[in-house]
Design a protein around this ligand. Structure first.
Ligand code: ZN
Length: 684
């Protein structure tokens, strides 16, 4: 039996996990030992007989659970980025056990007594501001987990958390299996309308699945979007659209409908135990928005203008479709296809013309250089580090003075065994309690990989380039963190504030300075022609009615679902149908995520009653970037320095205070409405 790497001190460069030595069988014993060690540490903290002090309680908690955190970080990152049957089985096995473990600590009465005592005396403890906030957050976290409940209620809370952890895991696995199971295999003759990049991506996807000489469309968003946009085969567009829409709702063993019902009922029950009327009330009490009313008000402020704009967009699509001989109504599988035609006609812009200028590697460099100009960071590739898949590239990050800042892992390509979508995560958080600990960040994307040997590098769409910058913004939030305590590090902020640093960073992808320098034709190296740049920027608001309706409808149904009181009788399919009718969601658009595959809500609890967060943060990022526009310089050094303070603060301060310190005032919604072309004063 080989040694278990989790039980050793890692001597790898920069402390990167020794991926080359970690095997699935190492996780169960490491989880077991990690839980046991943490329980012993907690018992020592909770069992102390002296009066509680900040040092022997809060700081001791910050120091506890290190082994479990180390194994959990590696496990859950690998399970998301590069899973297999063995890891999935461990996830099913350990998700409820880990939930039980966390609840055991969260509901420990002796531990809570010490935290509550400190909390009551916090004003007289002579704490620094970050320490004071840490005590308040610990107290609130324990109360929100049920520390004030009686024994019977606590047992119920524990049982529910455990069950929810299993249900979340199953939900995500079901979606992944439905995506893995399905592919549309095509011949050359079926590719009408598809540009070169989509054809070769489909050829590559087929080759990866062992189907040579043919083409495969998969359910990855990076495969579906171009197919729906360009394929002139209406029957095939429909097949792809319906398959993507059916994920998690195909009946049989991977069906998610019954899981949703149980998840929603259990969440509502937990909220009631904690004294809230609904899960949304409970969840939103600890956010920047604070109430469901505030969230609904924001969503409804954009809902009607978005539908109005979508109606005008639909009229243009119908005219084009009619002119092309379609005598039936526009269906959801037609929208992207005809929108692309309208876009070409109105802005003389087609995606296939733009894409050759968006080379993945150049845009990665653009993101790095933007972080350099704004925040003084430098990225140097390290080829000597172990990685968990050949796709992953590792970059050492340093500051102006050459000091080590952290490690950035980039995992950009779609492949079987990788969750769909894009996300940023961490293998290690920044902290500075006993010693300076630097972060290890990973950014995951699902771009369709190109094999460079056939001459064409991986090219991105404009939206994919924005996604790259978005996740990199989360990465910077982690890398620039300068806090003392691990639990306040980087992205450990309120859910509706965490998208601000990421969405803010997206703006620098589309500033003319970035596009002029980094958008270069992959073959000729020529920069994006000025007139094409003008058309590209002019078209930015195009189809925003569609995009806003699609997103806002999903945010509204999330809020509605989690504000439901009568959860026992919930029929998710019926609920979705009623919602679509009641809100008059345009049937040509529908929901961005249907409930049976709405992973934000059900593959974990993080974004439940929280999908609105992206729009909430967009109020901030639109208003925030307007400061740079008003200054007349997208790289204004004073503003950049003030912005950096937000990226560095983690959860050491209240988010609204942080924002106001940067902007000099509270945010307004005006810039958001303009950004999406929804402002009432703006005819279009
Ligand atoms: Zn994000």
């Amino acid at each position: 039996m080989t040694e278990n790497p989790f039980f050793e001190h890692w001597t790898t460069p920069l402390g990167v996990p020794p991926f080359d030595r970690i095997r699935p069988e190492h996780f169960p014993p490491a989880f077991d030992r990690g839980m046991k060690a943490e329980i012993a540490e907690i018992a020592a903290i909770a069992g102390a007989t002296t009066a509680a002090s900040f040092d022997d309680t809060i700081e001791a908690l910050e120091r506890s659970g290190r082994l479990l955190e180390r194994v959990s970080r590696v496990f859950f990152n690998l399970n998301a980025s590069n899973t297999n049957d063995a890891l999935e089985a461990i996830a099913r096995d350990y998700a409820p056990r880990l939930a039980q473990h966390r609840m055991r600590i969260a509901l420990d009465p002796d531990l809570f007594a010490r935290i509550a005592d400190l909390h009551a005396r916090r004003a007289s403890l002579r704490l620094e501001p970050d320490q004071l906030r840490l005590v308040e957050r610990y107290y609130l976290r324990f109360v929100r987990n049920g520390a004030l409940l009686d024994l019977e209620q606590k047992e119920r809370m524990e049982a529910i958390s455990e069950r929810l952890a299993s249900l979340h895991t199953l939900f995500g696995q079901n979606v992944l299996h439905d995506e893995r199971d399905w592919q549309l295999v095509l011949d050359e003759a079926d590719l009408d309308g598809l540009p070169e990049f989509a054809r070769s991506a489909a050829a590559q996807a087929a080759a990866e699945r062992g189907i040579s000489g043919r083409y495969a469309v998969t359910l990855a968003r990076s495969a579906v979007e171009p197919f729906l946009t360009f394929s002139s085969r209406r029957d095939l567009r429909r097949a792809v659209w319906e398959a993507r829409r059916a994920r998690g709702a195909r009946g049989g063993s991977s069906d998610n409908i019954s899981l949703i019902r149980e998840i929603v009922a259990l969440r509502a029950e937990q909220a009631r135990l904690l004294g809230y009327e609904t899960f949304a009330d409970y969840r939103l009490a600890d956010t920047m928005a604070k109430t469901g009313e505030a969230v609904q008000q924001l969503l409804l402020q954009v809902w009607q203008p978005a539908k109005d704009k979508a109606r005008r967009e639909l009229a243009a699509l119908e005219a084009t479709a009619h002119a092309e001989g379609l005598n039936e109504p526009i269906e959801p599988w037609d929208w992207r296809y005809y929108a692309e035609k309208v876009r070409q006609a109105e802005y003389d812009l087609n995606e296939a013309e733009v894409k050759p200028y968006f080379v993945l590697d150049n845009l990665v460099q653009a993101a790095f250089d933007t972080a350099g100009r704004l925040f003084g960071l430098k990225f140097t590739e390290r080829r000597d580090l172990p990685v968990y898949h050949a796709d992953v590239r590792a970059w050492e990050v340093s500051d102006e003075a050459g000091g080590h800042v952290g490690l950035f892992l980039h995992d950009n390509f779609a492949r079987p065994g990788k969750q769909s979508g894009a996300w940023s995560s961490r293998y290690r958080d920044q902290e500075n309690l006993d010693e300076a600990v630097t972060p290890i960040v990973v950014n995951n994307n699902n771009f369709a990989r190109r094999d460079v040997s056939d001459g064409e590098p991986t090219l991105l769409s404009f939206d994919e380039a924005k996604t790259l910058f978005h996740e990199f913004g989360h990465g910077l939030h982690t890398l620039l963190s300068r806090v003392r305590y691990r639990s306040q590090s980087g992205t450990a902020v309120r859910r509706d504030f965490v998208e601000f640093p990421s969405q803010m960073f997206e703006h620098w992808m589309s500033v003319p300075e970035t596009l002029r320098r980094y958008a270069r034709h992959y073959r000729t190296g020529e920069p994006l022609p000025e007139e094409l740049l003008d058309r590209l920027l002019a078209a930015r608001n195009f189809n925003q009615g569609f995009a806003t309706v699609e997103y806002t409808a999903s945010a509204l149904i999330d809020l509605d679902l989690h504000r439901t009181k009568a959860t026992e009788a919930l029929d998710p399919a019926r609920f979705e149908q009623d919602f679509l009718e009641r809100m008059e969601v345009p049937k040509e658009i529908g929901l961005r995520h249907r409930l049976p595959h709405f992973q934000h809500l059900f593959a974990g609890g993080g974004y439940a009653a929280g999908y609105y967060s992206y729009l909430w943060a967009e109020v901030l990022d639109a208003d925030g970037f307007a400061a740079f526009t008003e200054a007349g310089d997208a790289f204004d050094p004073d503003l950049a320095a003030r912005l950096r303070a937000i990226y560095s603060a983690g959860d050491t301060r209240d988010p609204m205070e942080l924002y106001c310190a940067f902007r000099g005032r509270e945010p307004t919604i005006t810039a958001l409405l303009q950004q999406r072309g929804l402002a009432p004063t703006r005819p279009d």
